[in-house]
Design a binder for this molecule. Structure first.
Ligand code: SAM
Length: 244
């Protein structure tokens, strides 16, 4: 199996390589995700959903939905309908099967789709969410512009993403876990040598904190709030499509 390093390659090929990588790890994704995060991701997702619940959204678009975990969690906000899109066909297929098994197919629909060219008309959704997805976008600004376009005026964007811990001691242990432990377990379970090397590299290269907030502002979002979680290992960003 050839090694894929999407983050190092030219921007032109990044999207296809990301899709191929997620297609490969799709059957093991849920297991690896919850194991490697030691289950903390479930708490982070719940926290993000509580923050959007205050808006009582009826319709939610979950971009980079993967196998649909965030779309499923998003139902807790009281939303009537959640639509998820992802560029990886295999991640979507795994998600569709999971949703059918849970009997949620009337409330959650997963489709293939690209964050940088979202297939829905302007102002289609009350809230848009992205969990652990923006880091993978080929063109972050374009993805955020598209999210802004499809959210209704007054609606929210909620992004949950890994970030770099600021405390040097936490950072040391985090880097050791992310660079030494995670890739080994990821490689053993998924059989993909690149997938879990890519993860720490992409977190390191991602413009988190104030830099990401600047990207959100540039796309038009206002009233931006930032919640750092678990020593800053992950961050929730909430922005509003402020009424013009
Ligand atoms: C780490 S997974 C996160 C999946 C899910 N949101 C979760 O919380 O488990 C990242 C997902 O982003 C998707 N992705 C990457 N670039 C994308 C793009 N431009 N448009 C849509 N999905 C994308 C990948 O295919 C992958 O399924």
């Amino acid at each position: 199996m050839s090694e894929i390093k999407p983050y190092r390659d030219s921007a032109a090929g990044k999207k296809e390589q990301i899709a191929t990588m997620f297609d490969r790890i799709a059957p093991k994704y849920d297991f690896l995700n919850h194991t490697l995060s030691l289950g903390i991701d479930k708490y982070w997702r719940r926290r993000a959903i509580r923050l959007i619940s205050a808006e009582s959204p009826e319709t939610i678009l979950d971009v980079a939905t993967g196998t649909g975990d965030f779309a499923i969690a998003a139902l807790k906000s009281g939303a009537k309908r959640v639509t998820g899109i992802d560029i990886s066909k295999e991640m979507v297929a795994a998600g569709v099967a999971k949703i059918a098994k849970l009997g949620l197919q009337d409330r959650i629909v997963l489709l293939t789709g690209d964050s940088e060219k979202i297939q829905f008309p302007d102002e289609s959704f009350d809230v848009a969410t992205v969990a652990f997805g923006v880091r993978n976008f080929e063109q972050l600004g374009k993805g955020l512009d598209e999210l802004f376009r499809v959210i209704k005026s007054g609606g929210l964007l909620c992004v949950l993403e890994f970030s770099k811990p600021r405390n040097p001691v936490v950072r040391f242990f985090y880097n050791f876990y992310a660079n030494r432990v995670m890739p080994r377990i990821g490689r053993m379970v998924s059989g993909d040598p690149a997938a879990y090397t890519y993860l720490p590299e992409s977190v390191e290269g991602f413009p988190d904190g104030e830099k990401f907030i600047t990207f959100m502002r540039d796309s038009g979002f206002g009233e931006i709030r930032e919640y750092r979680l678990t020593f800053g290992i992950a961050t929730i960003y909430i922005g509003k499509k402020v009424k013009g």
